[in-house]
Design a protein around this ligand. Structure first.
Ligand code: GLN
Length: 503
């Protein structure tokens, strides 16, 4: 089964839609109504959306149309662009009755029973910037519970299906966002990436997915999984749309002390300009025998295309890449165990029904046992174990040392003599796997992240993009490649990706 795309005569990319709405050739209300219709028609099969903003999205679109009519197009760069938002990104209350155009309301569940009825009192900075730019948020998307997973099968609200083959996973944890874009429901979506959760689903669904440099985008209003790794970013059908979204959501934020005090980049204007004297490093470790043949072939094809464009391709050695999964699955659960301590049945969300005489400790333990799914419980136990006295040095501190050395290895590749502009490697070891194939084997699921987690540990910007399609068991499945850039050089990274996209 192939992904349904909008009809060719309608603008379908974010940039085209915004241009048409700003130029009054198209109404935001018409675009929004069509996106909502597509979502309603396709969601029973895909389970990409947990929540649709039918009325709210239509009134936001009407407000955009009237602002365009009154000559405000210049302040609405994303006018009328329908966007899907991962359900760990908070959207504050609907404030229409107060005459306030901000706020969408709706729950922020994180794919978890424990937050099933949680309504955030505030809106994430990244989402607010999209709203302010005239984008229309049409709904919240499914995800692995608390962003822990690589397939969206760990959602408390059922798995999402890959639009290219409904028997397969869309990847995770931002699988709902990836499916929404791959099915042509919205041109772009927001996801979050702690260890690959934007890039891996983008690769499985044939999309461009960008994890910016740590600190590039405010995490305010993103429900924390592992705070030293989490980043928000876009999933889009092409590099240009991803850049257009990044231009809006990047930048410092007084509400997030880890947001970098740097100017937001202008990523769109120079995007089509090729990088001069491009040097691309390919890690020896990326040529693993464990790669699916289609992944190895896609990597080779990308290398040949860059060579044909005159780029210099060099081998680089990143020995610690082989240890990144082990380090990540210590650091991330350690931070998660601390971040998720707040869900105690008292301050947030679901509380177990107990008699009045129940001890306080029972309220905590029963609420957490009922509210968290198995994978989240596994991570909390892993995290508390590696942080416990007696094991802290052996696990947590060792993982931090691996993290520091991994960054040093990447830095060496970006500095002379290698001086790579970007590193090219697979996005994932294989194509989208079947629903249920890896759910009983957590280690097999963790190994899916072998090419993505190192980037988060090092805080670098990276993206995945479609490189080819492969015939696998009767399905045509997209195969992605990954490009990793120098810190805060998203501009070079996206231009490098655009070069490959254009050939
Ligand atoms: N698959 C990884 C994990 O399960 C990454 C998840 C993410 O990036 N949020 O932790």
């Amino acid at each position: 089964m192939t992904a349904d795309q909008p009809t060719p005569d309608q603008p379908s990319t974010a940039v085209e839609i915004a241009r048409a709405v700003r130029g009054k050739q198209l109404k935001a209300t018409a675009v929004t109504a069509a996106a909502l219709e597509r979502a309603k028609a396709q969601n029973p099969a895909l389970n990409a959306f947990l929540h649709l903003f039918q009325d709210r999205a239509m009134s936001a679109a009407a407000a955009v149309d009237s602002r365009i009519e009154s000559g405000e197009a210049d302040s609405l760069p994303l006018a009328g662009v329908p966007i899907a938002i991962k359900d760990n990104i908070c959207l504050g209350p609907d404030l229409r009755e107060k005459g306030d155009s901000r706020g969408y309301g709706g729950p922020t569940t994180c794919g978890s029973r424990i937050l099933e009825h949680y309504h955030a009192p505030f809106t994430a900075t990244a989402a607010q910037r999209l709203i302010d730019a005239g984008a229309i948020l049409i709904g919240k998307t499914n995800m692995d519970e608390f962003a822990m997973g690589s397939s969206t099968e760990h959602s408390a609200f059922g798995p999402t299906r890959n639009p290219h083959d409904h028997s397969r996973v869309p990847g995770g944890s931002s699988g709902g966002s990836a499916a929404a874009v791959a099915a042509g429901i919205t041109p772009v979506a927001l996801g979050s990436d702690t260890g690959g959760s934007i890039r891996q689903p983008a690769a499985f669904c044939g999309l461009v997915g960008v994890k910016p440099t740590y600190g590039r985008i405010s995490r305010y209003g993103l429900v924390a999984y592992a705070s030293s790794l989490d980043q928000i970013g876009p999933l889009a059908a092409n590099v240009t749309d991803a850049a257009a979204i990044l231009d809006i959501i990047c930048g410092d934020d007084p509400l997030d002390s880890t947001a970098a005090p740097r100017f937001a980049p202008d990523l769109t204007s120079g995007l089509d300009k090729p990088v001069e004297n491009l040097v691309i490093g390919v890690p020896l470790q990326a040529r693993s025998d464990a790669n699916h043949p289609a992944v190895a072939a896609a990597l080779d094809a990308a290398i040949e295309k860059y060579k044909a464009m005159g780029a210099e391709i060099i081998d680089i050695d990143l020995p610690l890449l082989d240890h990144a999964v082990a380090a990540y699955y210590i650091v991330a659960p350690a931070e998660a165990s601390s971040n998720l301590a707040r869900y105690d049945g008292i301050r947030y969300g679901r509380r177990a029904e107990l008699s009045n005489k129940a001890a306080l400790a029972d309220v905590y333990t029963r609420s957490r046992a009922e509210g968290f799914g198995k994978e989240v419980q596994r991570r909390i136990m892993l995290g508390t174990h590696v942080l416990s006295s007696g094991y802290y040095d052996a696990y947590y501190n060792t993982a931090l040392q691996v993290r520091a050395k991994l960054l040093a290895e990447f830095t060496a590749a970006f500095e002379p003599p290698a001086a790579c502009h970007a590193i090219l490697m697979p996005a994932t070891p294989g194509p989208a796997f079947r629903i249920g194939e890896k759910t009983t084997d957590p280690l097999a699921m963790y190994l899916e992240d072998i090419y993505t987690v190192a980037v988060n540990l090092a805080g670098l910007p990276a993206l995945t993009m479609p490189a080819s399609t492969a015939d696998i068991d009767g399905a045509k499945l997209p195969i992605g490649v990954q490009l990793i850039g120098r810190p805060f050089e998203e501009s070079t990274l996206l231009r490098t990706a655009r070069m490959l996209e254009m050939v």
